[in-house]
Design a protein around this ligand. Structure first.
Ligand code: ADP
Length: 483
């Protein structure tokens, strides 16, 4: 990995403006999933050191919230500009630690910066209200204030964007933030922190701590100083964190697992449907929470769709994401491969068929063949759990009511997709789907302008968009007697 700015490869945490070691000296390796090579080690900080970061965030918030929105906005824009100037280096770091193809990594860096730019603008639009009082002697005013110290625990699948989608609105609102990145991908997080520091964001406003997840997480959850936790990750860990935040009645944003259905109706443009499925299913090798997980295809077009999808999947190029033309990097770790394999095995035992792929890739490690499975039913693991890998399972349905019932038959409710050219159906079906986001004739729905989030056990709250900053603001009501 060759960086234009070698300063962006950090091996220490950023606490209170200082690049810190763990006092215990404990460190953890960061591994390149494409090669197995150890890239660097990062500190495993203790509970006491996490506590120091919390105190620094509390101290820093006093000055940060007193800046004008315009001043905070200018600092955020400087950070976003630094990120875009370092786009190539950040992409190299991301591909090295996460595995996604460089083109996707570059795209993610731009996507990550877009949240900062967006919330730098939104910072200036945090307006209150004057209400009509029921008494002539009263004036009623609502002001919005930053919640205070916030913490973010983020996943490995989007090592940059999941941080900026939380940190940017927090900082814009006048909150300070401590980020605990995923253990697999701390390097992108630390580089983002360095670029924030270089932009002039003051010490303690944005801190990045690396450490043993459960231990650091517990300190962040238990602290009464931390007023808000924003988490993106599995539903299982989300439940643990929610329970740990109960004693301090902490505000929570949770972006948890998905189990996204794609419904392809017989009136769809099949080429558009295949393009949408490819974009939604195989991006990041199937490792996104909005990835198509269950593809429901109407009877009369099933065989034609299988044929077209298999042809598209067979064009994918698996390999090291740094190499030209690669579209599918490795999966994040061996556990991910085992999960994919177990879902395929379960389906085959229950009567499904492999249309293409189905095996670990000849490249070894955690590379997996892009796969299409046909004859999948609601009784199989594919229907119940997120596969988080490059496997497209195709289910069959007869009519619209059945498709909606099958799509909603899950505890998750993040993203859903449908393909149809019938305008009435384009309204009717999304309204009946129990999901926070619905893509209609598209497989790509995420951007900084739209509210991202789920219903049911996919989480709480929304990120991005003009709604996203509200998650970091409290309403305060002032009642003034003017008599
Ligand atoms: P995945 O299974 O995709 O890795 P996780 O939910 O396990 O998703 O991880 C998402 C984030 O949550 C990571 O930063 C991870 O370190 C963190 N994490 C995992 N377990 C805990 C825990 N018990 N407490 C706090 N954070 C945790």
């Amino acid at each position: 990995m060759k960086l234009q700015n070698p300063e962006l490869l950090r091996s220490r945490c950023l606490i209170n403006g200082e690049w810190c070691e763990a006092q215990s000296g404990k460190r953890e390796a960061v591994i390149n999933p494409a090669t197995g090579e150890e890239l660097i080690t990062v500190p495993l900080i203790s509970a006491e050191e996490t506590q120091q970061a919390i105190s620094a965030a509390q101290q820093a918030q006093i000055g940060w919230k007193q800046l004008t929105a315009k001043q905070r906005s200018a600092l955020l824009l400087a950070w976003a500009n630094n990120i875009m100037a370092a786009q190539e280096d950040l992409a190299q770091l991301m591909t090295a630690e996460q595995g996604k193809p460089l083109a996707e990594a570059r795209g993610e860096v731009a996507y990550a910066a877009s949240f900062i730019t967006w919330f730098a603008e939104e910072a200036k639009r945090v307006d209150g209200a004057v209400l009509q009082a029921p008494l002539a002697s009263q004036r009623l005013v609502v002001v919005k204030q930053p919640i205070g110290v916030c913490a973010a625990i983020t996943p490995w699948n989007f090592p940059a964007a999941m941080i900026t989608r939380k940190a940017a609105p927090a900082l814009a609102a006048g909150c300070t933030m401590i980020v605990k990145p995923a253990e697999q991908t701390p390097l992108t997080a630390l580089a983002l922190a360095k670029l924030a520091q270089d932009a002039g964001i003051p010490a303690g406003v944005l801190q990045v701590v690396t450490g043993e997840a459960a231990q650091v997480g517990k300190v962040l959850c238990d602290s009464p100083v931390v007023r808000k936790l924003s988490f993106t990750g599995s539903t299982e860990v989300g439940r643990i964190l929610m329970a740990q935040c109960a004693p301090t009645i902490k505000k929570l944003s949770l972006e948890l697992g998905g189990n996204a259905p794609v419904i392809v109706f017989d009136d769809a443009n099949l080429d558009a449907a295949v393009a949408g499925i490819m974009a939604s299913k195989f991006r990041n090798s199937g490792q996104t929470c909005v990835c198509a997980n269950r593809i429901y295809v109407q009877d009369s077009i099933y065989d034609r769709l299988v044929e077209k999808l298999v042809a598209a999947v067979e064009q994918l190029k698996v390999g090291d994401g740094t190499q030209e033309g690669i579209t599918q990097g490795p999966l994040i770790d061996q556990g991910a491969v085992e999960k994919v394999q177990s879902h395929i095995d379960d389906a085959l035992i229950k009567g499904a068929h492999i249309a293409t792929g189905g095996q670990p890739h000849a490249l070894g490690r955690t590379f997996f063949q892009p796969t299409v499975v046909t004859g999948v039913t609601q009784q199989m693991s594919f229907a119940k759990e997120e596969t988080f890998g490059p496997v497209a399972p195709l289910f069959r349905f007869h009519d619209e009511a059945e498709a909606i019932a099958m799509a909603n038959d899950t505890e998750f409710g993040l993203a859903a997709y449908l393909f149809t050219q019938n305008a009435a159906r384009q309204w009717r079906v999304p309204e009946a789907l129990e999901y926070g986001m619905v893509g209609i004739n598209t497989g790509l729905i995420s951007n900084e302008v739209a509210p991202f989030g789920g219903v049911k056990q996919s989480g709480l709250g929304r990120e991005g968009s003009r709604y996203g900053i509200e998650e970091y603001l409290e309403l305060k009501y002032l009642c003034i007697d003017v008599s």
